[in-house]
Write a protein that binds this ligand. Structure first.
Ligand code: FAD
Ligand code: SIN
Length: 490
């Protein structure tokens, strides 16, 4: 059984289906995922002037000393083959004279971002979901929300899930792949779609799986600052193509922060923007693409160009107002190179997992790659798993939607105010207290008719509890974790 139909879940399903029957549970329609929204692309050392060693070095530098080196090597060595695999499924990537066109993003020393204009995720999800749909050994259950992992004598033996219109059901399995994606909805502003509610962390925490590094929450430096379209991503590839960051006075302020300027790793650029906004007491900074020509902008960034036009911003004429927003969770459920978690029978891959490749900060466009590489490896490793357990349906505690809205808003406010790009011990302790209170309130509130929105609220609380606990326990500033009480990052 697979929980999730993003790139990790569907990649695993396609691999595992060579050995048996696979079921994919997904809480919305098959393509509702972070994967579908990915813009920039997939990092792979496929260019002539590139090598896996350089990709490895860049990944380790971005990860700020906390990457698992074996996991990074495993990732980067398999990247070219992962791209070929996607192409074999029919994924189309931009090319130039027969060679793949390679974009540039922050922290990469070479052009190595394989892409489909600025909608790479949409193209990749299209290719894998079509392959899954036409595979007779894979059954997809849409609108099916995993509510509990079935455990039998310490082993995961399946999933309890709520099927829309049918209620709770049991799915037993020889192995379970947790591929439920991210947790952005614990913040007020996130690039993530509404499905990113930390369900995998909630499920894994309840089952007792090891979870780590959740304090390394990545904030994307450049999301649109606009009242009606908050948090729409302006891809890092725009900076890779020459976009520059300016403050309200027009100064290219990255000169004051890092010699790599706009293409420094993401944690540095996001922190610099935050510092610049605080320094000048402004609500945003600006991304300047006015020196780029319209044909290039419309060819490389059609989605972004069109979206900005709808609010009257012309990329070749106007500066784009941008602010950082939550984007990606580097931590998650701890796995080995084969995606095995600390619970026998339970695997994890993609954004919900912590494979060790990102360390304290993910290198741009390494996450679609990670989702594929580790899901494929797990699909080979799970072949010999056998589970006998059955499990029985247990009631799921859902609160009323009105209470769930109140709890979610309160959580998002405290996470945004206290567990953002710059943290303090006081703020973290305050967030810990608020989350503890909200969990207590959720647990004491009376049972209401089943609501997915409400159960997601509980998962968000459990996810946030892990983020805050990790941040409090971290005693030095590294990568994405910056606590101003601990002093400056060297
Ligand atoms: P997802 O693609 O999020 O899939 C998770 C799935 O699990 C979904 O189908 C969801 O519905 C399902 N699910 C969740 N909970 C449950 C439950 N309880 N029951 C049943 N189903 C459930 N990365 C890159 O490498 N390159 C990029 O260019 C890039 N751009 C990005 C742009 C944006 C706007 C965003 C948001 C992310 C971007 N990322 C990018 C990050 C990347 O897209 C994600 O990390 C990656 O797609 C995660 O894949 P996944 O399969 O782990 O999760
Ligand atoms: C982007 O296009 O800027 C997102 C890339 C990523 O998250 O890796």
């Amino acid at each position: 059984m697979v929980i999730g139909s993003g790139l990790a879940g569907l990649t695993f399903a396609l691999g595992a289906a060579s050995h048996g029957k696979v079921g994919v549970l997904t809480k919305g329609e098959i393509t509702e995922s972070n994967t579908t929204w990915a813009q920039g692309g997939i990092a792979a050392a496929v260019g002539e002037a590139d090598s896996w060693e350089l990709h490895e070095r860049d990944t380790l530098i971005a990860g700020a000393g906390l990457c698992d080196e074996a996991a990074v090597r495993f990732l980067v060595q398999q990247a070219p083959e992962a791209i070929s695999w996607l192409q074999s499924l029919g994924a189309r990537f931009d090319s130039d004279g027969g060679d793949l066109s390679l974009g540039r993003e922050g922290g990469h020393s070479r052009n190595r971002i394989v892409h489909h204009a600025d909608r790479t995720g949409w193209e990749v999800e299209r290719a894998v979901s079509e392959a899954v749909r036409s595979n007779p050994d894979i059954s997809v259950f849409e609108n099916t929300f995993a509510t509990r992992l079935l455990m039998d004598e310490g082993r995961c033996v399946g999933v309890q899930a709520h099927i829309e219109g049918m209620g709770e059901r049991i799915f037993t399995a020889n192995s379970v792949m947790l591929a439920s994606g991210g947790c952005g909805k614990m913040y007020q502003h996130t690039t993530n779609p509404s499905v990113a509610t930390a369900d995998g962390i909630g499920l894994a925490a309840a089952a007792g799986a090891q979870i780590a590094n959740m304090e390394f929450m990545q904030f994307h430096p450049t999301t649109l600052f606009h009242t009606q379209m908050r948090s729409f991503l302006i891809s890092e590839a725009v900076r890779g193509a020459g976009g520059t960051l300016r403050n309200h006075l027009g100064r290219r302020f990255m000169y004051d922060y890092d010699t790599r300027l706009e293409l420094a790793p993401r944690d540095i650029v996001a922190r610099s923007i935050e510092a610049e906004m605080k320094k000048h007491q402004t609500w945003c900074v600006y991304l300047d693409t006015t020196h780029l020509l319209e044909p290039q902008l419309t060819h490389e960034f059609p989605t972004i160009y069109e979206r900005l036009q709808t609010i009257g911003v012309e990329m070749e004429k106007d500066w784009i107002p941008v602010v950082p927003a939550q984007h990606y969770s580097c931590g998650g459920v701890v796995t080995d190179l084969q995606g095995r978690t600390s619970i026998p029978g339970l695997y994890a891959a993609g954004e919900v997992s912590c494979t060790g490749v990102h360390g304290a900060n993910r290198l741009a466009s390494n996450s679609l790659l990670e989702a594929m590489v580790f899901a494929r490896s797990a699909s080979y490793a799970c072949v010999n798993e056998r589970a006998e357990g059955t499990g029985k349906i247990e009631p799921i505690h859902a609160i009323s939607e009105a209470e769930a809205i109140r709890i979610r808003r309160s959580l998002q406010k405290t996470m945004t105010e206290n567990v953002g790009i710059v943290r303090t011990f006081d703020g973290l302790q305050k967030a810990a207290r608020v989350i503890k209170t909200l969990i207590g309130e959720y647990d004491r509130l009376p049972n209401a008719p089943y609501s997915q929105y409400a159960v997601e609220a509980k998962n968000l609380l459990l996810g946030a509890e892990n983020v805050v606990a990790g941040a409090i326990a971290r005693t030095e500033n590294v990568g994405l974790h910056y606590n101003s009480d601990l002093g400056i990052i060297e």
